[in-house]
Ligand binder design. Structure first.
Ligand code: NAD
Ligand code: TYD
Length: 350
């Protein structure tokens, strides 16, 4: 069996990646390494946690000794690195955690892989999962391609940009076999309700205000998380050594239009008269340094590796709403405890 390390596998995207690999590749032993921050949740993997080709390890990617020991023990053939601090608003109020996990943690993993693979890099691969936010903000037209100059604005996107550069540097300097992908905004099941879509679903269900930053005119390119997991599978297996692939949904939505669509779906699902939830929309103080528009050109990934998104947004959003409504217990658990403090800090003053 090949040992593959997935970092951040108890988080939103990581849990979908782990589930896919454990289910589709019985010849792989998937080691899920996660420190379980507020965003990490083993309940995201209940359905596969007893599979014989799956092991969970709780550890911090910034702990160099622990990472070296783990690599020595399992002699990983590949690494799919998703562990990160991932929320822009948190990076604005607490940048240091982002520097530690996203930059230092990535270098610690690169060092551990380099040490473990020295002398024989054949068949090895370090896959760094990153974001389109490294490219900065677009005006009304144009797309991010793999050649777009990096121009990050938030502590989150700057820390991810920095980690991308370091991964490339380890390829160029030490010959580490790497691949990177930069993906647009994901949505779907198991997303922590600090991000726009699950936060809005949860608030609408409870009849609470839906906070919309600024005028709601910012644009994001939304991709269903299971389509991202397929892209990660394809890129891990077939991506060219040293290359970068952009992943996106070709699915741009103004925040306010997205919220209107969500309100309509929620009114229908909750048997409320149409128009009820729209009344919850509340414009609040804008995010500092708020990027106006993200839009990905994923042509390279389509042409070279044959990947494209499988779902239309309306269909994906319906599925997502159904999942959150059917998994109220999951939502109640993740929003108990510290979430309330976070919510108050984040939204009370806006
Ligand atoms: P998430 O916040 O849901 O999950 C992150 C996971 O990493 C959590 O399980 C957390 O416990 C773990 N983690 C954090 N710090 C750690 C540490 N020091 N050591 C070990 N584990 C640690 O994030 P996500 O939305 O699933 O994003 C996963 C990756 O994909 C990130 O690298 C992110 O930058 C990238 N990405 C996310 C999106 C998106 O829309 N969510 C889009 C593109 C790229
Ligand atoms: P988010 O889900 O935080 O993703 P990102 O900032 O990484 O794109 O936010 C998506 C968009 O929604 C972004 O333009 C900010 C906006 N937003 C709100 O208007 N209200 C909110 O409460 C949140 C969390 C986000």
């Amino acid at each position: 069996m090949k040992n593959i390390l997935v970092t951040g596998g108890a988080g939103f995207i990581g849990s979908h990646v782990v589930r896919r690999l454990v289910s589709n590749y019985p010849e792989y032993h998937i080691v899920n390494l996660d420190v379980l921050t507020y965003a990490g949740n083993l309940a995201n993997l209940r359905d596969i946690e007893n599979r014989s080709n799956y092991t969970f390890v709780r550890a911090d990617i910034t702990d160099a000794n622990a990472m070296q020991e783990l690599f020595a023990k399992y002699q990983f053939e590949g690494v799919i690195h998703l562990a990160a601090e991932s929320h822009v608003d948190r990076s604005i109020s607490n940048p240091m955690e982002f520097i530690m996990t996203n930059i230092v943690g990535t270098v610690v993993l690169l060092n551990a892989a380099r040490e473990c693979w020295k002398g024989n890099m054949e068949g090895k691969r370090f896959y760094h999962v990153s974001t389109d936010e490294v490219y900065g903000s677009l005006g009304e037209t144009g797309y991010f391609t793999e050649e777009t100059r990096y121009d990050p604005h938030s502590p989150y996107s700057s820390s991810k940009a920095s980690s991308d550069h370091l991964v490339r540097a380890y390829h160029d300097t030490y010959g580490l076999p790497i691949v990177i992908s930069n993906c647009s905004n994901n949505y779907g099941s198991f997303q922590f309700p600090e991000k726009l879509i699950p936060l809005a679903i949860n608030n609408i269900r409870q009849g609470k205000n839906i906070p919309v930053y600024g005028k709601g005119e910012n644009i994001r390119d939304w991709l269903f998380v299971e389509d991202h997991a397929v892209a990660i599978d394809v890129i891990y297996h077939y991506g060219k050594n040293g290359d970068t692939y952009n992943v996106g949904g070709h699915n741009e939505w103004k925040n306010i239009d997205l919220i209107h669509l969500l309100c309509k779906i929620m009114d229908r699902k909750l048997d409320r008269p149409e128009g009820t939830s729209v009344g919850l929309i509340t414009y609040v103080k804008d995010r500092a340094g708020h990027d106006l528009r993200y839009a990905i050109d994923s042509g390279k990934l389509q042409r070279e590796l044959g990947w494209k998104p499988s779902l239309q947004f309306e269909e994906g959003l319906e599925k997502t709403v159904d999942w959150y409504l059917a998994n109220q217990k999951w939502m109640d658990e993740v929003t108990s405890g510290d979430y309330k403090n976070y919510y108050e800090r984040q939204y009370q003053l806006r």
